[in-house]
Structure formats: structure tokens, C-alpha cells
Design a protein around this ligand. Sequence first.
Ligand code: NCD
Length: 340
Amino acid sequence: MSNTRAVKHILDSRQLKDRRFLEGFFARAKEMKEAILKKRNTKHHERFLIASMFFEPSTRTRFSFESAGKRLGARVIATENAKEFSSGYKGESLKHSILAIQDGFDAFIIRHHEDGSLARIVKDPNPPFIAKPIINAGDGKNQHPTQSLLDVFTLHERFNRLDGLKVAFIGDILQGRTIKSLAFLLAHFRDNEFFFVAPERLGLQTDMAEYLRERGVKFTESRDIDAILPEVDIAYVTRLQWEREKDEERREELMLEAVAFQLTRSRAVKMKADAIIMHPLPINTEKSEGYPEITTEVDSDPRAHYFVQSNNGLPVRMALLDILFRGESDELYNLIGDVP
Ligand code: NCD
């Protein structure tokens, strides 16, 4: 029997869908945000030690996780570029890497390049078992649950609700894990409407469409960004995940197709005055042949909300670690769902 029930892993945004959990969570994250602003002491978890293993590149997720851990008083041992700097390079499996060191740590934060790799190892029915909580900091094209948490925290902070929102998901819907995670989570709230705006080859996947249909979510696919933008409360833009496309010719074609979906200033000003533009970041400003998915002049538009969103990553990750470290004595901990 697997021991996944004994340890709570955060691997999928759908584990976080409980309304009571999210209400309590938003309050906790808000407390953390205030504590940071007012420089209050948040070091309640000094006896904890976190392992942070990133097999794929990251700036904000890694920095906000590690700084969240440290602001809570925990210590963090980290390897970035774990593909080369960990024993994974020598051919060790991910499960073995964790089993080999888990006794010394209280939590693992892992970003991995393979879709579903973390769920596979925690659900492996064969002993030895993973005994410490793993937080998925992004697994391939699959999930990025803490990005969804900071996204919904940001939405709630701005709109004071997670229901009745019109969201345009723009960009790489096929390969981006942030859109998938957020759409899956928002699908559990009432009367949200989604518009997927992407080049044909990067559009909605069947599994996601099926999930949304099952949940009765209203959604449409469109290539007409100019028709959709004035209608929505949120434009959630993502970059083309070009590094996941190994074929150089196809990559260039996709880049050219993506140009049509660029969020420029002239498009931004046609959005509702109280709408917001979100983006998990990074915006591909430097490697997009002059066509970033959001042009730099949009940064100063009042609708641009992506830096607020990104900075919310710190209090959100502090709140999540706080809950995991407190464990069963924390009522929010018990409202986190099982890994689907
Ligand atoms: C995203 C990711 O890694 O999935 N970045 C992030 O964590 N904020 C988005 C991306 O890489 O495009």
C-alpha cells in the first residue's frame, strides 16, 4: 500500500479547490503579505529544513519559495540546474534521489521536466515510500499548483470573488502548465467563462476540454484576440514555450504564428478599464525576434497586473509552507485534497 495518505503532497491545483480552504488560505496569505510589509517577525518554523531541487530553469518560483522558507525561519538547501548538478546527471531516478536524502528534510520543493513525474513517485505502490511532503514547482507541461494559488490569490485580492469571471487565456495553451492549472482550479467555481486564444497548433487539448465540459464550464476557442479582449475581466497571457519544441523549423513557424496574438498597447487600451492583464512571467522579451507576447509599453498601463501577481508569490508560498509545517493541527491542512 502506498503511503500517500499519510503525507500531504501538493502536486495538482485541483487539490486546492475547497472553498473553505481557499478562504482561510487567502486570509493567511494576506497576513503574510502584511507581515512582510510591516517587517514583522514571521520566523515560526526555525526547526524545519527544506530541500529545493530545480531540474528546469526558474527565477521567481525558486526565489520566492526559498525566500518564503527563510522568512519563516526554516533553512533551505538548494540545487538549481539539478539536471546537471544532482546525481540525476549520473542516471539516478528521481525517486532514488529523494529516498536517499529524505530523512534529513521536512519538505521537498521540486521542479521537474517530465509531465506527471512527481505524482508517479508518490503513488508508486512499491516500497520504500516517499515519506516527506513534495511541493510541485512545475512538472513539464502538466501542473504548477502554487502558481495557481498565487493567481487565485491575486484574482481574489482584485475582484473579491472567484466566481463569475470572464477570462481570456492567451498564448501557449498546449504546452503551458500555468494555464492548465489555473483553468482546472477556476473550473470549480460558478459561472466563470473561458476564452482560449492561441495559434491553432497551440490550442486547447482534449483532456482539458473534457474536464471543463464535465464541470459544465462555458468556454470557447478563438483566434480573434481583438474581438475577445474588450469582453473579458482578465487577460491571462503566456509565452510560447519554445524550449519544449526541439524541431528548430517548427519552433520558428510557431514564433511567427504567435505574433498575431501579441498584447500591444493599442490592444490593451481596448480592454475594460477595470480589467487586468496577468502573466505568470517570464515575458519573452529577448528571444522573440522583437515580438514579445506583451510589449514593454504595456507595463505602464494601469491594467498590467503581472508584477503584483508575481510578487504575491512570496506571501502565498509562505502561507502554504506555514500550513504544511503545522500539519494536522492546522484546520486548513485538513482541507487540502488528495492528489488526483
Ligand atoms: C512559468 C512556468 O515555469 O511554468 N513560470 C513561472 O513559474 N512563473 C511560466 C513559463 O515558464 O512560461
